[in-house]
Design a protein around this ligand. Structure first.
Ligand code: CUA
Length: 397
């Protein structure tokens, strides 16, 4: 009698009742389990969304990520080899020396000094070797190499639920503050100081470096670099970043982008950093609407005034229904790729949706909760006023 078809009625354990069916039933149970396990494994892989295109740790664009990937690969394959070796020997012994029907019970053995010594020494050597190598790798990627190009420094502050980037020395003495879109020159070490204004967040650009926590009242430091010879596409290239620490309601919507560009393009961007021009009537109208409704939380004309930032933070921390809160600096919004902390692409349509009702775009954000404009749900602005705001913010002519 051949094996029954898969999923045949009666082949599942609960339904297998007939005695005559038992041997083939057992075989089909095994097969069904194999199929089920395969399906679950496939679903798991599918659900993890593994893809090199987006946010992947399997592709390194710089020395720090490369070192971490090398370390991970060696650890992974040593552990896979150990697993199969140990499990293989275990299975072999269990099958080869099992009790067979009609034969005496195999003799029980206890203690084998040579084997025990060998089985202690090998794992000790493995753990020591991998551990020591890991520690050396940590020191190696701790700081950028001293003989390379001059590093560029960026201060990153995490807020619920967006990232603030400050370039203290990028714009020829002009301080630059931006949000959610980190622009970096290629082939140059970027040193970062990580801070948080509220709860613990975590800064992670998988293709450039591993994650590091952003802790209130404490500075954490890291660095990375994007290497042109590791990036196949033409510059500028956009990489995905995300917050990797559960930090409240909109944690899953706290992302950012890293745009890797040529140094000359970066310098042009830094030189052009400034408020959107008001050279049309529409832009002038937009600027007035912005000044009347948005400047309690947002800055549009250069770096945030530290005193103003401090008062916004105080407003946020002390609460109240309608208080100022730290919000993304919008001076260079028109040069960014995304809106609402990397959730949607930035264009007229998405900016209109955001201005009409931010809650629809990014549930949980503080703008719809705290801003006077949104206390009745959608914006207290006419379509014409929203048009003017969009024209101003994106410098549409
Ligand atoms: Cu910030 Cu999760």
């Amino acid at each position: 009698m051949g094996p029954p078809p898969l999923w045949r009625k009666g082949s599942l354990p609960m339904q297998s009742t007939s005695n005559s069916n038992r041997p083939s039933g057992r075989r089909s149970i095994l097969k069904n389990r194999t199929v089920l396990f395969g399906l679950i494994a496939a679903l798991f892989l599918f659900a993890t969304g593994c893809s090199k295109e987006g946010q992947s740790t399997w592709e390194a664009f710089g020395p720090v990520a490369q070192k971490q990937l090398d370390l991970f690969n060696v650890l992974l394959w040593v552990m896979v080899a150990t697993f199969f070796l140990v499990e293989g020997v275990l299975l072999y012994a269990a099958i080869r020396y099992r009790k067979r029907p009609g034969q005496p019970r195999p003799p029980q053995i206890h203690g084998n000094t040579t084997l025990e010594v060998v089985l202690t020494i090998i794992p000790t050597i493995l753990v020591l070797a991998l551990g020591i190598w890991s520690v050396f790798a940590l020191f190696e990627i701790d700081k950028p190499p001293g003989d390379g190009p001059e590093p560029m420094h960026v201060n990153v502050t995490a807020h619920q639920w967006w990232f603030e980037f400050e370039y203290p020395d990028a714009g020829n003495g002009k301080k630059i503050i931006t949000a959610n879109d980190l622009k970096i020159p290629v082939d140059r070490p970027i040193t970062l100081s990580l801070f948080s204004d509220d709860v613990i967040h975590s800064f992670w650009v998988p293709k450039l470096a591993g994650k590091l926590d952003m802790v209130p009242t404490h500075e954490n430091k890291m660095w990375f670099q994007a290497d042109s010879d590791k990036i196949d596409d033409d510059l500028p290239v956009t990489l995905f970043g995300t917050c990797a620490e559960l930090c409240g309601l909109a944690h899953a919507l706290m992302r950012f982008r890293v745009t890797v560009m040529e140094q000359t393009d970066f310098d042009s961007w830094a030189a052009a950093y400034g408020p959107p021009p008001t050279n049309t009537d529409k832009a002038k109208q937009g600027a007035q609407i912005f000044a009347a409704n948005c400047t309690l939380c947002h800055t549009i004309d250069g770096p945030d005034d530290p005193a103003l930032s401090a008062s916004r933070l105080t407003g946020f921390l002390t609460g109240g229904d309608i208080t100022p809160v730290p919000a993304p600096n919008l001076t260079d919004l028109r040069t960014r790729n995304t809106l609402a902390a990397g959730i949607v692409d930035l264009n007229e349509t998405t900016l209109r949706q955001w201005l009409q009702n931010p809650e629809d775009v990014k549930p949980g954000n503080y703008m719809s909760e705290r801003a006077v404009l949104y206390q009745n749900g959608s914006a207290d602005l006419t379509d014409e006023e929203i048009d003017a705001l969009i024209g101003y913010l994106l410098d549409l002519r």
